[in-house]
Write a protein that binds this ligand. Structure first.
Ligand code: TXA
Ligand code: MG
Length: 360
């Protein structure tokens, strides 16, 4: 299939381009589009066959449900059978924005979207292109991140081209995503809301808006895997081996790997001293100095991992930011990017995060 790549102004997209994209969606096709978090791969959420095409293009397991994007609270309420006061508070405060609410669904939402669950995840994105596309299509848009299943999420159109080019009808290029990490996901079907996936909307901000919020801790129990289906171990991962550790260990690891002849990618953070001649003129290694603020770091994270992953390196070493609340989402994604299914050997400096950090 030929994939058309069209540029759109991220602040005021061309209505003609949107009409074309909306036409594809209404016809049961799939279109990748920018949101403030990551690029999404969209289809008409009320068309089961179209949503099936998302699963096929991504190679996504059928058991992993998809977020439905809506234009407003009113449109959201048409898709759910319950709308608790806490959902109203959170939506009023954070929509449009990087917050996804899981609620009891109505029958109009096809089973393929929710992987057979009786709940649906809803989000109103804060991006002019995504909102205009919702308007033009006139339907809710089911959209997971626009990457092959288990690969890094895309924060630029070029990431989508690399991953899904030839598999989908159209990609709208609206430039780099501002937030850079997938939305915060909160389950609103339990007594107290539960944080299923950390993101830009922090736990503190959620609690300020709606009272107590529980954290679903990393666990291998089936019950919790069921609560948070997309949060299964390896996710958001580069193909290159990834090691995460504190700044000092990271620096030692980088030196050791370079000395053993490896081509190393190093995502430095504050605290690591600069190693000028990393590999003594061989120039086989790459250093990316990451921003020291959590929001700027998040916006840069996936692009840095994509770049290093494409650089033909033997290993990527990440100096971890601190284990504090404002770094929760970044550390969560880094942890997922490192889990390999086999226990990490501490001697390798692999990231361990016993943490209190909670969510998986
Ligand atoms: O920022 C985002 O959320 C992006 C943009 C495109 O909106 N989307 C995204 O989608 O990250 P995806 O499919 O990569 O992640 C969706 C997450 C997964 O962890 C999935 O399991 C969870 O939301 N989810 C979806 N429906 C759910 C449901 N009914 N119950 C519990 N979790 C659900
Ligand atoms: Mg994803």
């Amino acid at each position: 299939m030929e994939t058309r790549l069209l540029s759109v102004n991220p602040d005021s997209p061309d209505p003609n381009v949107l009409r074309e994209a909306a036409g594809i969606l209404r016809g049961g096709g799939v279109v990748a589009f920018p949101t403030e978090t990551v690029y999404g791969l969209g289809a008409d959420a009320l068309n089961a066959a179209a949503v099936g095409r998302i699963f096929a293009a991504k190679g996504r397991p059928a058991r992993n449900p998809i977020i439905v994007h809506v234009r407003s609270i009113e449109r959201a309420r048409e898709l759910v059978s319950q709308w608790p006061p806490a959902a109203q508070s959170l939506a009023e405060q954070f929509w449009p924005g990087p917050l996804t609410l899981v609620l009891k669904k109505r029958a109009c939402v096809p089973d393929v979207v929710t992987a057979g669950r009786d709940t649906v995840a809803l989000r109103c994105p804060n991006h002019a292109v995504a909102l205009a596309l919702l308007d033009a299509a006139g339907c809710p848009i089911a959209a997971p991140s626009a990457n092959l299943s288990e690969q890094l999420s895309p924060t630029r159109a070029s990431h989508v081209v690399r991953s899904l080019g030839g598999r989908i009808e159209m990609i709208l290029d609206g430039g780099p995503a501002a937030v850079g990490l997938e939305s915060t996901v909160v389950d609103m079907t339990t007594q107290s809301p539960r944080l299923l996936r950390p993101g830009a909307i922090t736990l503190d901000a959620l609690r300020d808006a709606c009272g107590p919020v529980e954290i679903v801790t990393e666990s291998s129990t089936e019950k919790e895997a069921f609560a948070s289906p997309g949060q299964m171990a390896r996710h958001y991962a580069p193909r290159t081996r990834l090691i995460c550790c504190d700044a000092t260990t990271a620096e030692m690891t980088v030196v050791a790997e370079v000395r053993s002849g490896k081509r190393v990618g190093w995502m430095r953070w504050a605290g690591g001293s600069s190693i000028a001649n990393l590999d003594r003129g061989r120039r086989a290694s790459v250093v990316i100095k990451m921003p020291t603020g959590a929001e700027a770091y998040a916006a840069r994270l996936y692009a840095a991992l994509h770049d290093l992953d494409a650089a033909g390196l033997d290993v990527i070493v990440v100096s971890l930011p601190p284990d504090t609340e404002r770094w929760r989402a970044v550390r969560d994604r880094l942890r997922r990017a490192t889990s390999s299914g086999t226990p990490a050997s501490p001697a390798r400096g692999n990231m361990t995060d016993p943490s209190g950090d909670g969510n998986g």
